[in-house]
Ligand binder design. Sequence first.
Ligand code: GAL
Length: 536
Amino acid sequence: MRIMTKALFALRMAPVSLLVFLAAFPLAGAPASQPILAPTPPMGWASWNHYFCDYTDQTIRDQADALVSTGMRDLGYKYVIIQECLTTGRNAGGSLILDAKRFPHGMKDLVDYIHARGLKAGIYTDIGPNTCAGKPYQGSYRHEDQDARTFAEWGFDFVEMDYCNRPKGETGRAIYERMAEAIRKTGRPMLLYICSWGNESPWTWAQGKAQLWRTEGDISGEKNHVDWEDVVTNFESNARHAVFNAPDSWNDPDMMEVGNPGLTPAEAQTHVSMWAISAAPLWAGTDLTRMDAAIRALYTNAEVIAVDQDPLGAGPVRVRDYGAGIEVWAKPLAASGSGAQAVMLVNLGAATAEARVEWTDLSLGGFVAVRDLWTHKDLGAFRDGYALRLPSHASALLKVTGAFDWSRGATYEAEWPGNTRTGAAALRPCPECSQGYAVSLRGAGNAEVASSLTFRHIVVPETGKYMAHLVYVYSGEGRHAVQVRVNRGAALAIKLPGAIYATAQIPVELEKGENSISLSVAGAETVTIDRLRLTR
Ligand code: GAL
């Protein structure tokens, strides 16, 4: 909509930390856009955790059939990922030679079988000359284009690229970027899964190239077995990068082990709750043809899956740590400030204990409705908070719905990948900033090629006046002009006083529903944006 005049605003405002000067200023430029391949975290089945290399063509067909017969496909588990031990070498032309013993009908035939069941197919390769399983299995090093073409010809929809045997003198990033470009050139939409176990921090650079990336080492080094401690480690490690979760930008804590030996029933359920609140890609890593009713129930709870697949794609935040392993994790659903959140109460400790979520930790007020997603039960509306007793390693996954407290405000991080950056706008580490990152805006001296950052998906409950608290870092002198545009309104120039770390208050008028706020710098100086907080 439009930005209120300062005079109008001054009448209503409490003390402002910095004065903001507004002047009309034209702004050009449209946000870059590209097709979204994974609007929500991809889901499916993957072979490695349960089988390692002990599988055949028939194993894959049976699991594809099981995805259909168990109802998992219709709940979103669409990808069938074939990992490791695929090839025996390369021919004289450098093309992959498939292991003919394992795949007697060829790969195209198997992929067709998967597709015929309304599923998608995924394959595995590596950044090195050989995969993690070693010789004779082929990685795609210096064969990125050729292998991407082969995968496309076979009909694949997904490529996992592992991180073993990285050649000296090359970064994994360079090889992943070559593969991303090779995939793009095939013209076939294939997701790229960067499986670098968290190395080289792909969440900071892989958007627009890959759609998902591993944040930790393998959840288990053992075939068909997992330890509880590793489930917790991978969950916590993944959550450190939660701010980088967004459509087409998925942090992956690894394939699930639910159904494989090593976990108690409570631990297996918590494993799924952790993955769901993480908006993690959901890969069933067990034998789906033999799972019992309890395991199947863990994979197929539609309300739990809906938390994972929520369109906002937010990652989890630990909102309270009571010590002794009692923790409260939450993530907003649909939009920041929507009033609906998923909450996981978890007991990582050794003894049964009470766990409690406080509404103030979620910026919710009044009576808040609580629904237990695992049991599909509305538990009632509660004032202040909700508590329950949890046995060791058990958890509750709740949906809570209440009035969002706009006087405290909703926060939008500059580095969130759902925002749009143009020109020289760049992500940069910022230790003093929230979540450790910021976006720097550098002007190029003229408005046509200015750097811009557009905060997207700002959803508010009512049309009206809001206060945008812009947190920025700038270490220079004087005032620096930033152009601010709300939705399609006129751009206004705002002078940000030079400061090390400051908050400027910008009155804005927003529309009920979706809004965007663009910031752009046309001068030669750099202004670094940490975050925006919006209050009423
Ligand atoms: C690991 C990878 C797993 C699996 C395995 C196969 O490095 O993280 O997802 O693909 O290699 O060797």
